[in-house]
Design a binder for this molecule. Structure first.
Ligand code: FEO
Length: 173
């Protein structure tokens, strides 16, 4: 059974994962309108992944006798300055998510909730991957700078990355 403190903290995380999904969905839609099909494919997938993170939490909370609450969400931005700014935002956002997960892990230790602590380890490893990937993409975009043909090839690479990510996600489920 979850303590009310852990239950509340997990529900806060549900909200953050849901808003991450919504945020990346807005980025995906914007990228699609810019003709960046590879970038948008990657972002649509990333948005789905965040929804899966949320769902995993909802189910865990319910299994442990709590109630996973579906939150209302703020509207995310509609347009973005550039592809680089999109991935910079993602990196910033993922660092925030990592901090929240760490805070959550800390709460479970204080509450001596070792089951939830164990469950959260999946999120701890996931965050290492998510941050590393976002960082890698931002570095690539820094190299490309304002080079239009560079961006064209980057978009093509993102299509392959999206395909590879889709395959990894299937394994993770
Ligand atoms: Fe679910 Fe990207 O953190």
């Amino acid at each position: 059974m979850l303590s009310s403190k852990v239950s509340q903290a997990l529900n806060k995380q549900i909200e953050l994962e849901a808003s991450s999904s919504q945020y990346y969905l807005a980025m995906a839609s914007w990228a699609e309108t810019q003709g960046l099909n590879g970038v948008s494919a990657f972002l649509y997938l990333h948005s789905d992944e965040e929804r899966m993170h949320m769902l995993k939490l909802v189910k865990f909370v319910n299994e442990r006798g709590g109630h996973g609450v579906v939150p209302s969400l703020k509207q995310p931005p509609v347009t973005f300055k550039s592809v680089k700014s999109v991935f910079e935002e993602i990196l910033k956002h993922e660092i925030k998510v990592t901090n929240e997960i760490n805070g959550l892990v800390d709460i479970t230790l204080k509450e001596k909730d070792y089951t939830t602590h164990n469950f959260l380890q999946w999120y701890v490893s996931e965050q290492i991957e998510e941050e590393a990937l976002a960082r890698q993409i931002v570095d690539k975009l820094k190299l490309i700078g304002d080079d239009k043909s560079g961006l064209y090839f980057f978009d093509r690479d993102m299509t392959s990355l999206a395909t590879a990510e889709a395959a990894t996600n299937k394994e993770k489920k």
